[in-house]
Design a protein around this ligand. Structure first.
Ligand code: SF4
Length: 239
């Protein structure tokens, strides 16, 4: 999204947030986890970043972005040998370096995701996030588009990265996207609105007040002008 598109999306998104009654104060923005390389951190296997302008420059206007690099968090160095997702004979998957330089890190990534989700009841990070923005096609962070390889290195399908897949299992209703799903202004707007709806649902919990809020929110969503946006937000509301 260009700077001009970003400005256009800004004013329209601000109006829609206002319509939904979801405008956040500066010190109370929804908290969104972000793959650290998308924010420009030099944490990739090759010591580089994959800075994404919309994620790093545009979204922080509405969202409090918290950076995570699961591969660094589980103890891998920068730089490091790249890992792949490799199908095993028993229909399972391993995340490892095909030359044996990095052993299978699948369990470590799952444990890290569990900790982030508060699966460990002693975690200080329990359920504090309202959304995730993850790096496409990464063996750790990819969301449904990471290559699945056979032992010879041939691609035989696509799958989730180890960290992202576990997050989806543990946190199935939380809005999650990869950066390629934020290419158009309307995609950015829809994600921010979904995150804000999710945050409010999380705050209300399942009680009578939540039912009343759901009814009112449904009416407000129906006042938005775009059909696809309305559909997406109504789905989020039903989660
Ligand atoms: S894709 Fe995920 S694991 Fe890889 S460098 Fe980025 S944040 Fe770290």
């Amino acid at each position: 999204m260009s700077a001009h598109q970003g400005d256009a999306a800004s004013s329209r998104l601000d109006r829609w947030l206002d319509t939904l009654g979801l405008t956040s104060l500066n010190d109370d923005k929804p908290r969104v986890g972000v793959s650290a390389c998308l924010m420009g951190r030099l944490v990739r296997y090759n010591g580089e970043a994959k800075r994404h302008g919309t994620v790093a420059d545009v979204l922080p206007r509405w969202l409090h972005c918290i950076e995570y690099c699961p591969e660094v968090a589980i103890g891998l160095p920068v730089p490091r040998p790249p890992v792949d997702i490799i199908a095993t004979d028993d229909a399972g998957q391993q995340i490892r370096n095909r030359d044996g330089l990095v052993a299978d890190i699948t369990d470590a990534l799952h444990t890290y995701a569990d900790d982030l989700c508060g699966h460990d009841t002693h975690s200080r990070k329990a359920s504090q996030l309202d959304g995730m923005i993850l790096k496409a096609r990464s063996p750790s962070c990819g969301l449904g588009n990471t290559p699945l390889l056979d032992e010879a290195g041939q691609q035989i399908g696509v799958t989730d990265g180890g960290f992202a897949g576990r997050l989806k299992t543990r946190w199935p209703t939380m809005p999650m996207v990869h950066e390629e799903q934020l290419a158009r202004a309307v995609d950015v707007e829809a994600f921010v609105l979904s995150v804000c709806v999710y945050r409010q649902q999380r705050r209300w919990g399942n009680n009578g007040a939540n039912d009343a809020w759901n009814r009112e929110m449904r009416e407000r969503i129906m006042a938005l002008p775009l059909t696809t946006l309305r559909t997406r937000l109504l789905l989020q509301l039903e989660q």
